[in-house]
Design a protein around this ligand. Structure first.
Ligand SMILES: Nc1nc2c(ncn2[C@@H]2O[C@H](COP(=O)(O)OP(=O)(O)OP(=O)(O)O)[C@@H](O)[C@H]2O)c(=O)[nH]1
Length: 578
């Protein structure tokens, strides 16, 4: 099986793919055409092209080396091919050529029995193919991979990627479809999926005949023969092998000719067509001593041994058996090497997967950890936000409470109707100012005023009008007393203005101004026309005054005096009274 598919593929692809992709000079075209069938001409053309390699473009030089490597592979010079392919890898390569080179390297390594390396290259190539953007290149690359897996005896993988090719291709590229079908059928045959293989070979033959791929048709027919051999249907097997052999001979495809001859020899032996079997077996035994010929040669020796045994030529039978046994050992050894490499690759792959799983788990753990950290951070953030929120809320509450307290305080301190300080607050505040003025020996003045005959206003125009008068009065006071002064409603229609740093004269002036303003209040806003009048008593701090009380007393006396004098006037307290 070794090299079978590689060589077919080299014929099938290196010729067509490269020819499709480049403007190829006549020599290149001819070289690719005769590469497999006419070794002498191929050598001549290769030598010719290598002799003018300085004149070739990088692309042509790359191509020349690739073809030369392919030829070395065909000849079995795997070491030469491998080192030449390494050289090709130093050139800038497009995806298709790069893939070709790696697959040829796989073939070279299989040839050198470096199966582990071959599997490694296959794995690498698999990863590389996955990244190819161009669908056609991807398909042809997978196809080469299938071919290499078959060469390596990794039939399950071969089947898997042949199916991948068919899925990707969907019948679009005829040749690729054809080749994928036949490789899939061979993989199934090797996996003992005989019914599927039977169906696959039949389908391949029909499809490839229709799409004119005669080489693949020959392979499908040979496959059908192998199936018949499995089923011990030797007549059918012989018929198929004869057909396939004839077709391969048209192509001078020696490699396949030898293998088909060996199979046909087996079929003939079972059909007791011993003469024909011997001729074919002899032809196979005489074929080149190449690793790829081990299997057909062993089959041929078996046939020869059996026939010699039937002819009772036991000595010769024994000789053939020894030869067969020797090849069987080599094949077995090769198979063991491949299986080991395959198991190794599988193990490596499993190990890699395990490592990947571990890494993935570690990654997941890290992610979870990061998640947790993030959550922690979020929690901290949330906590901080909540804390800030809580502090803000609390501050707001405190502020609201403070406002409320101030409001209440204001309400408690102020008269609701007029907004002036109430009596107690007014006096309290006034007392503080007074003490300060006393200490600093500054002036202090007190004005008390009382509306005249306010009872009549209430009675005549109603309490609402009375209220309006009180509010308007307060407004005038607030607008005309200094900001330092404390204006308070002392009760009913009686008010006081406590004025620090105001002497008696200025106090009297202020009182007279206020009286005038009160007199001028336009009461028509109430719907009534009347004049408001008020009496004022003014006192100022004297030397013996230690509190505000004596001032208050003197001011009230002055107020009473004003009332007594008919009201609507300002009276000044007499010094020394009280
Ligand atoms: N509308 C209103 N009237 C008030 C308020 N507080 C006290 N009064 C009235 O003020 C009047 C005070 O009457 P009096 O003490 O007799 O004083 P008066 O009528 O001004 O007489 P003289 O002071 O002697 O000029 C009473 O009728 C009280 O009802 C108030 O807040 N609103």
């Amino acid at each position: 099986m070794v090299r079978l598919f590689s060589v077919v593929l080299i014929l099938f692809y290196s010729v067509c793919l490269l020819a499709d992709e480049h403007q190829i000079e006549q020599d290149f075209i001819q070289l690719e055409q005769v590469l497999q069938s006419d070794t002498a001409t191929a050598d001549k053309l290769l030598n010719k092209l290598f002799s003018i390699q300085d004149e070739l473009t990088t692309g042509q030089l790359t191509r020349l080396h690739v073809i030369s490597s392919a030829q070395k592979l065909i000849k079995g010079d795997y070491h030469g091919a491998d080192s030449q392919l390494d050289k090709v890898l130093t050139y800038p390569l497009d995806e298709a050529t790069e893939n070709t080179v790696y697959l040829y390297k796989v073939t070279a390594n299989i040839g050198m029995k470096q199966y582990t390396k071959a599997f490694t290259l296959l794995e690498e190539n698999l990863a590389r193919i996955g990244g190819y953007g161009e669908q056609t290149i991807k398909i042809s690359s997978y196809l080469r991979l299938v071919n290499a897996y078959l060469d390596m005896g990794a039939y399950q993988e071969a089947k898997q990627y042949a199916e991948t090719v068919l899925d990707l291709n969907q019948g679009k590229m005829m040749r690729e479809q054809c080749y994928a079908l036949v490789l899939l059928s061979y993989a199934e045959l090797k996996l003992a999926m005989l019914d599927k293989a039977k169906q696959g070979f039949a389908e391949t033959q029909a499809y490839c005949e229709q799409h004119e791929a005669p080489l693949i048709v020959a392979m499908a027919i040979k496959g059908k023969g192998m199936l018949a051999l499995e089923h011990q249907d030797y007549r059918l097997a012989a018929k198929m092998f004869e057909d396939a052999l004839q077709r391969y001979q048209t192509f001078k495809f020696n490699f396949e000719i030898v293998r088909t001859q060996a199979l046909l020899a087996q079929a003939y032996y079972h059909l007791e067509r011993l003469g024909q079997a011997l001729v074919l077996a002899q032809q196979v035994s005489d074929s080149a001593d190449e690793p790829s010929n081990l299997e057909p040669k062993k089959q041929a020796y078996d046939v020869q041994a059996s026939i010699a045994f039937q002819n009772e030529d036991f000595k010769q039978a024994y000789q053939f058996q020894l030869l067969s046994h020797d090849l069987e050992l080599q094949l077995l050894n090769d198979q063991i090497l491949k299986e080991n490499a395959y198991q190794m690759a599988k193990f490596d792959s499993a190990e890699k997967n395990r490592e990947l799983t571990n890494l993935k788990q570690e990654h997941e753990l890290l992610s979870k950890q990061r998640d947790l950290n993030n959550r922690d951070a979020s929690s901290s953030l949330m906590f901080t936000t909540l804390l800030i929120g809580a502090v803000a809320c609390l501050s707001l509450l405190l502020f609201a409470a403070w406002l409320q307290r101030n409001r209440y305080k204001k309400q408690v301190q102020r008269d609701v109707l007029t907004g002036a300080y109430n009596r107690s607050t007014g006096q309290e505040r006034a007392e503080i100012d007074f003490v300060q003025c006393l200490a600093r020996r500054e002036d202090y003045c007190l004005i008390v005023l009382d509306l005249d005959r306010f009872k009549i206003v209430n009675e005549k125009y109603g309490d609402a009008t009375g209220d309006w008068v009180l509010k308007r009065l307060s407004q005038i006071m607030s607008e005309n007393v200094s900001t330092e002064a404390v204006f308070a409603r002392m009760g009913g229609e009686e008010f006081a203005i406590f004025s620090p740093r105001i002497n008696l004269d200025d106090g009297v002036k202020l009182a007279k101004l206020l009286l005038q303003l009160i007199q001028n209040i336009d009461t028509r806003h109430t719907g009534h026309g009347f004049q408001i009048k008020a009496s004022f008593g003014v006192s100022a701090m004297e030397e013996d005054d230690l509190s505000i009380d004596p001032l208050m007393h003197r001011a009230v006396l002055a107020l009473q005096q004003a009332k007594a004098n008919g009201g609507n006037r300002v009276e000044v307290a007499q010094s020394g009274e009280f």
